[in-house]
Ligand binder design. Structure first.
Ligand code: LMR
Length: 394
């Protein structure tokens, strides 16, 4: 049977991660996979997470199934955090996802049941997993323009022009904040325009919210998603706790369906549960329970927010320092955009041969489209990194 199979293409992010791990060179620099790193280059377990985990271990009495919707209190806490009460609770239904990707997969499956073979519009460029995920459930992915490679900003007029042509049968996948891979984000006024466009066309919004709190703060980063879900009768949101709680391997996420009324929301919930049962039956609870404990405990929540602020501040500082170093060394403002982008990533706009030269000659790893994870910039070697980048470009 297996002779009928061809070797599948693996996601470039995880291929690069394996290449980096196998590279024996001292001083290699990892700007690849999107995981937060501290000043020692380590992806730490947050202190608030450790404390919540300890509490959980001490009080847990059973590992019995929770039910197909998963940890309801975790979902409710995430809905509060992300949506801040802008939609009436009676219109919202949630299930846990196995991470943000798991949540997205449940939602895409439900969309595909509602619109078999329907079109889903994805930003150009986008996280490399969006396109294959859409194809896997039978949706037809298309791009909408997003990034202007010259200005390194969002090409908003081009984006809006395409969104305005969509129909009520189409789905639009939006990055709620901290756009991956570009780092270029919509302003509040642009979010308002996107919401107005969706109201006009009736296209269905699916918001991927994987980096809440990594851009400009928890409230500011929630502007876009709150604007969208409060402007249209039906929408969906995939929330990930992988980055902002540092729970990557625990796979904690929430799939949120928002319907026009409670009866319709119940149908959406039944569909989401049906997808879970037929795929993984029950979602993991370890990370979900940790997040629930943190968000329901005043002190732990304050500690988590402080840790999150520190992470965001560090990434912002690294952006400014790298942009400054390149400006000083090259006497040009060509890379100033790194300090203007926000979130975990910036798309540098380097050709693939330069990216490959940096990897082979200098052991500097970034995704082949020249996306960098700014948290991977080694703060004590920024001058050296700037030199290497400039030498590779010349
Ligand atoms: C990334 O974009 O690097 C992260 O979201 C990790 C992943 O799952 O791709």
């Amino acid at each position: 049977m297996f002779e009928t199979l061809k070797k599948a293409t693996l996601d470039k992010i995880f291929v690069l991660m394996a290449e980096y791990a196998a590279d024996p060179r001292e001083g290699k620099i990892d700007l690849g996979v999107g995981v937060y790193k501290d000043d020692k280059g380590i992806t730490p377990i947050m202190t608030s997470v450790k404390k919540a985990e300890q509490k959980m271990l001490e009080s847990a009495k059973t590992k019995v199934y929770k039910g197909v919707v998963g940890n309801k209190e975790f979902s409710a806490a995430i809905v509060d955090l992300a949506l801040g009460g802008v939609v009436e609770a009676s219109r919202i239904r949630c299930v846990n996802g196995a991470g943000g990707t798991g949540a997205l997969s449940i939602l895409m499956n439900v969309i595909s049941r509602a619109r078999p073979g329907g079109r889903i519009f994805i930003s150009d460029p986008s996280w490399p997993n969006h396109w294959p995920m859409a194809e896997l459930v039978g949706l037809k992915p298309h791009y909408y323009p997003y990034f202007d490679a010259k200005t390194r900003k969002v090409d908003f007029p081009a984006m809006l022009a395409v969104l305005d042509t969509l129909t009520a049968d189409d789905t639009v996948l939006l990055h709620g904040c901290c756009h991956n891979p570009t780092g270029a984000n919509l302003t509040p006024a642009q979010w308002d325009d996107v919401a107005a466009s969706l109201q006009k066309t009736g296209a269905f919004p699916l918001v991927d919210l994987a980096y809440l709190g990594f851009g400009d703060g928890l409230e500011a980063d929630a502007y876009g998603v709150r604007k969208i879900v409060s402007s249209v009768p039906e929408s969906m949101v995939a929330f990930s706790a992988s980055k902002n709680f540092g729970l990557y391997r625990e796979r904690a996420g929430v799939a949120i369906g928002i319907a026009k009324d409670g009866a319709s929301a119940d149908v959406v919930s039944s569909q989401m549960q049906n997808v879970i049962r037929a795929t993984i039956s029950q979602t993991p609870d370890h990370g979900a329970e940790i997040v629930r404990i943190i968000l329901e405990d005043k002190d732990l929540r304050a500690e988590w927010e402080a840790e999150l602020n520190e992470m965001r501040g560090r990434m912002q500082r690294l952006r400014v320092k790298l942009a400054e170093a390149i400006r000083q060394k090259s006497n040009s403002k060509d890379f100033d955009f790194i300090a203007e982008h926000s979130g975990m990533f910036s798309l540098l706009g380097l050709p693939e041969d330069v990216v490959s030269k940096l990897k082979l000659d200098d052991a500097v790893y970034m995704i082949n489209d020249s996306r960098i994870n700014v948290a991977g910039i080694p703060e004590d070697r920024i001058g050296e990194l700037a030199d290497k980048m400039l030498a590779a470009i010349r």
